[in-house]
Design a protein. Structure first.
Lengths: 606, 612
């Protein structure tokens, strides 16, 4: 009896445009508050700071193109650092969580400012928006996650229009020289580094990106998809931030007080001001309103992305044994319930504790800069990664600069370090508890002893799957289609592949699947089906091959598995679905029927 | 390859010496605690002083328990290592942070007590720490005794100050309120922060926990199952009582001073004991006596504070050496100079406090950095012991220890929140230390794995240990080797003639005062010591050729003579052979002669052969 488990691959259906749009949903929002904060930090002397932030952003973007090339199955900080040490990976991921939590709160606050919510109501309104988004995400992120994609084009248009209408007014006359020495300039620069977190999002996404043409499926390469997406967005972010910053600093010095008032919704103010100057106050007011709406919605989508990302990181770490098992429990829409509560609850808690945009901004950078430093630092010392010498040098230098930035943030920004330490402390305590509960132990041994017990060594002992004629049945429960499939396989003398796809509606965070295979034995529902099929198969003389996959898109996974295993027949059971579920998720059968290759016969059993 | 032996360090520290050593650190706390309390709460600081005394007393009680269950050294590193190596390293590094600041703070305070003008205190402290480092290059044996000899004069001084102040003490009830605290600074949170700011009297307990490995055993306990509960109890209880009562009564004396002196007290809060001595001395016997009594107090307390600097430097060396011997710090940190002092740890132990002094130019800033390290280390120690179910703690002991841990944890969080520079300092120490740890693991070929408990069991050192052959008993000649000298050939000939087993003993002299007791990863191996390896390999080869059973015995000790005696008696050897050698007069002066000490202490039934 073959008792094998074949992990399903996640479908690689994110092309460079979609990846760029998703990245833009986070990275693109940065300009909404970066230039305002730069002005608050250095006034009319902020141009060098804005340019320095743009340069750093571009360099970090370039480094992440290298990271994505080397980690085609997910190259976020957790994956990259895990090759060095599990604890470092956990620290990197916790810093990322700290970043996403603040991103959610900060973007929500900025969104409310752009919508024109009165100042005294911004904090409660932001909390309400976050809780609402949490509630929407209870039903899965598939549709809310597309908001960022839908908003990318309107936002880019808005930015281009603001830049265009400000062109006639651009001047260097109002720029002033920075006062103070290098230390003061450095501290001001560090305070404005708020435009980096998006790169971690795209690195986590490489596991679902389309591979390069001609790339070997067993050794996927997504360098072109990732590079294109990064390049396009990085250019937009760098150029637009630079130009919008220049536009802001082209206003006369008499606007100082007004600019400071509008530091939280600077783009709206710029749109309103330049459109008003060009076409009259009414047009200015209308355009300002449009810019506010577009950026407000994009910022809200950034809140949503951050919540989903937090859920993804929690889920990924829990699957990897770094957080308690209950964090992997899914609701009936495939959403991990506890991570969802944490993803929505923690930003609300942070808002309740800070109640101020500047305080939120001060907590932001320590997480993302820490995570990126850990990622780049881990990659630069990882000799197994394929990098040119100059790429490694550049990455090391970038990591060193970011480490200096991190230390400066820790030293100069009140409470940022305390916040990061709290997140790390709580996270690592939960990790230690989790290890204890699941019976994991961390030991320090000689390299030779470590080799003896490495997963690779154990993997070599695992029996391989024998090829043969196959019927595949996709099971969602103990339904009549299973009996039909067993009879059919007995008649055809075929191997019966019983496929169970566990639907997990976690948007990001697939990478650990490549490291820790999901086991049907750990899934009570799958175990019930598989055990039954194996028992009945043994009685009937049918070789049964359990196939278990965890996927955000069951239809694509069924198609993928059917094609990969080269089955001759695919059997699906028709089920009744509630209209609500159908509306939110679509129907798996319809999707499979549409996408199944011609040479595989589809049998739908009703 | 024959088996080798584990050797115990001599247990020659009795409760009085342990108490004196503890007092050298803990006893100094009152020199700045009451001043710090006055700075924080002015004439309303009595509740805070009493709270700090209570916490000190409770922590002292907890460490009595810790010492009872860790007779081979119960510092944070040993206690936390039973939970996780990483946690042990974090605890060890927090202790490094604490000791670094202790050295700087005690040095600053000492020079203030000596009356050095404030403008020169910073630079004078740096110079003094360098001198301490230079002295410690020759080993800590003699400088370490300073604390022991100063304990009694300090206690006397404290008693005299208290005695002189008694007639002037105001009713204690009038001090138990917050009436002098400015409005707006009332409420539990303000008082809690003030309390946290004054917690500066805890670090000594970690020092005594490290000493249990060399403490005299309790009666009716054996080397195989050592118990030092009583020795530790006596030493901690005596010192804790002095510290708690002394601090409380001196605080009472300080707050009994006239309120017109508020400005002077605020100005001279760094040498408050001297102020008390001057004032109460003058009140009782006139201004001349007051002045000179102040000078005497300044000298005595200043010297004790200087010895505290020395103790902190030695403890720093000890912690780094211990961690590096355990593979948690790079191996070069175990390299010893000719006097048995680890060279790199010595340099670091001097450089770190100096670096801290360069970056902080006032006493208050130093104080801010102090508590986060020691409170963190003690919290890690007590937290590790509480959650260690293998320790046979009584239920109420575990409960009180758990509660103490929670209070200290809350103190640590408050320190981190209210003193950002302290948090930054400790994060820097942890960051650099853990980076060194990772590098050290890499070059030592160590790998950290997270595996199931069953797999961990398979690869644990104890599994390998079970396979090690046990020692066979027999007639023995022991030769203590310090090099490839003629005495070795003589011993081989003798063993051949007498058909005896030849124990070749090599004692590596390590002049690390505190913390050398721990080698939690396992025993010291002669194979790791190039000098010992050369001797042992030669003897094993010659033994094999001549048909003699050669048994290598290797020990690391601060006191070679005591170790040789200890081992000779334990193994019941029939002959002990030593080679006489020339020694430089300086070395003789500092270290004494091993041969002379062994000859003086060897039991009658073991024959001593000195081969020259």
């Amino acid at each position: 009896m073959a008792e094998l488990i074949t992990s399903g691959h996640r479908p690689r259906n994110v092309d460079w445009q979609r990846a760029a749009a998703l990245l833009y949903g986070d990275w693109g929002t940065s300009k909404a508050y970066v230039i305002g904060l730069a002005f608050a930090a250095a006034g009319f002397a902020s141009m060098p700071i804005i340019l320095a932030v743009c340069a750093l952003t571009a360099i970090v973007g370039f480094n992440y193109a290298i990271v994505c090339r080397n980690f085609p199955d997910g190259g976020g900080v957790y994956s990259a650092a895990r090759e060095q040490s599990r604890i470092l990976a956990a620290i990197g991921a916790l810093l990322l969580i700290a970043n996403f939590l603040v991103t959610a709160a900060l973007s929500g606050w900025a969104a409310m400012s752009y919508f024109g919510v009165p100042e005294q109501f911004i904090a409660p309104a932001t909390m309400g928006a976050i809780l609402l988004l949490g509630a929407v995400n209870y039903f899965g992120p598939k549709h809310s996650g597309s908001l960022a994609i839908g908003m990318a084009i309107p936002t880019a248009i808005c930015v281009v229009v603001i830049v265009a209408i400000s062109l006639p007014y651009l001047t260097t006359a109002h720029l002033t020289r920075p006062t103070g020495g290098f230390p003061q300039l450095w501290v001001q620069f560090v305070k404005v580094i708020l435009a980096l977190s998006g790169v971690e999002a795209i690195a986590s996404m490489t596991g679902v990106m389309k591979v390069n043409p001609g790339s070997d499926p067993t050794q996927p390469n997504v360098s072109k998809t990732a590079s294109k997406a990064l390049l396009v967005v990085a250019i937009e972010v760098v150029l637009a931030t630079g130009l919008l910053g220049w536009a802001m600093l082209s206003l006369p010095h008499s606007s100082n007080a007004v600019l400071l008032t509008h530091k939280e919704d600077m783009l709206r103010f710029l749109g309103e001001h330049f459109a008003g100057a060009l076409a009259g106050p009414a047009v200015g007011s209308l355009f300002g309103w449009i810019v506010g709406l577009v950026f407000g919605v994009l910022l809200l989508s950034a809140v949503n992305t951050a919540i989903i990302a937090v859920i993804g990181v929690f889920y990924m770490m829990a699957l990897d044994g770094e957080f308690p098992r209950p964090l992997t429990r899914l609701n009936r829409y495939g959403v991990p319930t506890v991570p969802l509560i944490l993803g929505a609850g923690l930003p609300v808690l942070i808002l309740a504790a800070t109640q101020d945009f500047d305080a939120l901004a001060s907590l932001y950078a320590i997480g993302v800069v820490g995570a990126i430093t850990v990622n780049l630092g881990s990659c630069s010392v990882n000799r197994r990664l394929h990098m040119h010498g100059w790429e490694r040098v550049l990455m090391t230098l970038t990591a060193v600069v970011l480490a200096a930035v991190w230390l400066t943030i820790a030293y100069t920004i009140d409470h940022a370090l305390f916040f990061a330490i709290c997140v790390l402390g709580v996270g690592l305590s939960v990790r230690a508890y989790s290890h204890k509960v699941v019976g994991l132990k961390t030991v320090t041994v000689s390299a030779a002893a470590a080799e003896m017990v490495s997963p690779e060594a154990l993997e070599k002992l695992r029996p391989r799957c024998a090829e043969g004629q196959k019927v595949m049945v996709a099971a969602r429960g103990v339904t009549p289609v299973l009996a039909f499939a067993l009879e059919y396989a007995a008649l055809k003398k075929a191997t019966l592949c019983v496929l169970y796809v566990k639907e997990v509606a976690v948007f990001m965070g697939g990478p650990p699947g490549s490291r820790t295979r999901p086991k049907w034995q750990d899934d009570p529902k799958a175990a019930k089906i598989m055990s039954l099929c194996l028992k009945v198969g043994e009685e009937m003389g049918v070789p049964v091959l359990p196939v278990y996959a965890v996927s955000a898109e069951p239809a694509a996974t069924i198609l993928d598995s059917a094609a990969t295993l080269g089955v001759d027949y695919l059997m699906l059971g028709a089920t009744h679905r509630l209209s609500m579920t159908r509306l939110l998720k679509g129907d798996v059968i319809q999707e499979v029927a549409r996408g199944l290759p011609e040479d595989i016969q589809l049998l739908i059993h009703g | 390859m024959g088996p080798s032996l584990d050797v115990n360090r001599p247990r020659n520290v009795d409760w009085k010496r342990a108490a004196a050593l503890l007092y050298g650190d803990w006893g100094t706390s009152k020199a700045y605690v009451i001043g710090a309390a006055f700075l924080t709460m002015g004439f309303s600081s009595m509740p805070v002083i009493l709270a700090v005394c209570t916490l000190t007393g409770i922590v002292g009680c907890m460490y009595m328990i810790v010492c009872r269950y860790f007779p081979e050294g119960g510092g944070v590193y040993s206690a936390a290592r039973l939970q996780s190596r990483l946690l042990a390293s974090i605890g060890g590094l927090l202790l490094v942070a604490d000791l670094t600041v202790t050295a700087a703070l005690s040095g600053w305070s000492a020079l203030t007590y000596f009356g050095v003008p404030p403008t020169y205190v910073q630079w004078a402290t740096m110079g003094m720490i360098m001198i301490m480092g230079a002295i410690n290059f020759y080993g800590p044996k003699h400088s370490g005794s300073l604390a022991v000899s100063l304990a009694l004069p300090t206690v006397l001084t404290v008693l005299v100050i208290i005695g002189l102040s008694v007639p002037h003490l105001v009713p204690i009830r009038s001090l138990l309120n917050f009436q002098h605290v400015p409005s707006g600074q009332h409420g539990f949170s303000h008082h809690w922060v003030a309390f946290v700011n004054v917690i500066l009297a805890l670090s000594g307990v970690e020092a005594i926990a490290n000493l249990t490995g060399v403490m005299r055993l309790d009666n009716c306990s054996t080397l195989d199952e050592p118990k030092v509960g009583r020795t530790a109890f006596k030493s901690i209880s005596v010192v804790a009582l002095e510290v708690v009562l002394g601090t409380a009564v001196l605080g009472w004396a300080m707050l009994s001073l006239p309120q017109t002196m508020k400005e002077e007290l605020m100005r001279r809060w760094e040498d408050m004991l001297r102020v008390l001595a001057e004032y109460y001395g003058s009140e009782t016997f006139g201004p001349v006596f007051g002045h000179w009594f102040g000078v005497v107090v300044g000298i005595v307390v200043g010297l004790l504070l200087l010895s505290a600097v020395n103790t902190a430097i030695n403890a720093l060396i000890g912690v780094m050496f211990m961690m590096s011997a355990d593979g948690e710090m790079p191996p070069p940190l175990t390299r010893l100079n000719t006097h048995g002092v680890p060279l790199y740890p010595l340099i670091i132990a001097v450089a770190l406090p100096i670096a801290v002094l360069v970056l902080t130019d006032n006493f208050e800033s130093l104080m801010h950095l102090y508590a986060i390290g020691v409170v963190g280390a003690i919290a890690v120690n007590l937290g590790s012991c509480t959650s260690n179910l293998k320790l046979p703690l009584k239920a109420y002991e575990r409960l009180v220890m758990g509660l103490t841990f929670l209070v200290l944890f809350a103190v640590e969080i408050t320190l981190a929140k209210t003193k950002p520079e302290a948090l930054f300092f400790v994060v820097c120490i942890l960051g650099v230390g853990l980076a060194f740890r990772a590098y050290s693991h890499k070059i030592s070929g160590l790998k950290t794995l997270t595996v199931t408990e069953e797999v961990a069991e398979v690869v644990s050192p104890s599994s390998f240990e079970k396979l090690r052959p046990k020692l066979v008993e027999g007639q023995r000649i022991m030769v203590a080797a310090r090099g490839v000298t003629p005495v070795l050939r003589f011993a081989l000939d003798e063993a051949n003639l007498r058909k005896a087993t030849l124990c070749v003993l090599y004692v590596k002299e390590v002049a690390v005062f505190i913390g050398a007791a721990q080698r939690p990863s396992g025993r010291a191996r002669w194979q790791d010591d190039s000098h010992a390896c050369a001797i042992m390999s030669l003897m094993l080869k010659l033994g094999e050729e001549t048909g003699i059973d050669v048994l290598p015995a290797y020990a690391v000790s601060t006191d070679p003579a005591a170790t040789i005696l200890d081992l000779a008696a334990t193994l019941g050897v029939d002959y002990l052979m030593l080679g006489a050698q020339h020694r430089f007069s300086m070395a003789k002066l500092l270290k004494g002669n091993v041969v002379e000490k062994v000859a003086a202490g060897l039991p009658e039934d073991i024959q001593l052969i000195i081969h020259g």
